[in-house]
Design a protein around this ligand. Structure first.
Ligand code: SF4
Ligand code: SF4
Length: 304
């Protein structure tokens, strides 16, 4: 097996102009520094059997993986996609038994300010010699579409199956060994992170969640849990037609960073991480400005 690492840039999904410019500039600067690099779609768009995923599964040697996700989420997402490897440094003892003992080094591109810094970082990982990278440069087409589904941190999951019981859309199932699997990812409701707040082990991540770092898989950031009674009530109400998927999404944490979540959750219950209500367009009371006597006075004067 080669010990030269393969360098990957996995494109942002959904794409934003800033991220696309950052990725393109980084790609150009790596090429200018004679560093071989491969451009892949976002992990959510890698379907089983696709050229891009097959390439990744069959790649020889360690992988340095640059994308916009939390590194823990990237690692377990690659595991879900059956890309063999062991997370380098962070959780070496907790990695699953893959057929090959291969290192995976995921990095979140947001961690450094500029493409130039990433070029320096990449070179530092290979003794500053571009010839120490695996000499493979590929560019895979970016499929159209968006996908949203849960990724399980297998080092945390205890197979309690609470997520399977909670999800009424058939996303989860058990495999022949009785272990939890994400069987129908595309049945998951876009933007909904509900089961991540039901899992007692905080093992369920939605790596594309734009607001909540815990749900997105950041190390050391707790997910605000649902009380089991509240979760059961939500589930029962949905089954009785008394609530909608949109209501469940709102109650579980808004996932719309820009267009507004329209959240009607009670104060503090929506899980929204936006600092100001105007950041997410949220109608919830979580970020409502506190009124003082001056606000009342202005209202009174306005009514006269
Ligand atoms: S609820 Fe969490 S710990 Fe339980 S089976 Fe699901 S992912 Fe695993
Ligand atoms: S977020 Fe909702 S739809 Fe998706 S897997 Fe979890 S419970 Fe099921």
């Amino acid at each position: 097996m080669s010990h030269f690492p393969l360098l990957i840039i996995s494109r942002s999904q959904p794409a934003s102009p800033e991220r696309t410019i950052f990725e393109n500039t980084l790609h150009e600067k790596l090429q200018a520094a004679n560093i071989p690099v491969c451009l892949l779609p976002d992990l959510s768009l890698l379907r089983k059997g696709s050229d891009a995923l097959t390439f990744l599964q069959q790649a020889n040697g360690p992988i340095i993986f640059l994308n916009w996700l939390q590194p823990r989420a990237t690692y377990w997402w690659l595991a879900f996609l059956e890309v063999p490897g062991k997370m380098a440094s962070a959780v070496p003892d907790e990695a699953p038994a893959f057929p090959q003992d291969r290192a995976i080094l995921p990095f979140n591109l947001a961690a450094l300010d500029s493409p130039e810094q990433w070029v320096e970082k990449a070179l530092a990982l290979v003794d500053k010699n571009p010839k120490n990278f695996l000499e493979v440069s590929r560019r895979f087409p970016l499929p159209i579409g968006e996908r949203w589904y849960p990724v399980i941190d297998r080092s945390r999951c205890v197979n309690c199956l609470q997520c399977l019981e909670f999800c009424i859309f058939g996303v989860y199932d058990r495999n022949a060994d009785g272990n939890l699997v994400v069987k129908s990812p595309d049945s998951c409701k876009p933007g909904c992170p509900a089961c991540s707040r039901v899992c007692p082990q905080q093992a369920i991540m939605f790596p594309l969640h734009p607001d909540d770092l815990g749900i997105a898989g950041a190390d050391g950031v707790a997910i605000q849990p649902f009380d089991p009674a509240q979760a059961n009530q939500l589930r029962a109400e949905y089954q009785q037609g008394k609530t909608s998927v949109e209501d469940i999404v709102r109650a579980c944490g808004c996932a719309s960073g820009e267009s507004g979540c329209g959240c009607k959750a009670d104060d503090g219950a929506c899980g929204c991480q936006a600092e100001e209500s105007s950041d997410c367009g949220c109608d919830c009371a979580c970020h409502a400005e506190k009124r003082d006597y001056l606000d009342d006075l202005i209202d009174e004067l306005g009514n006269e």
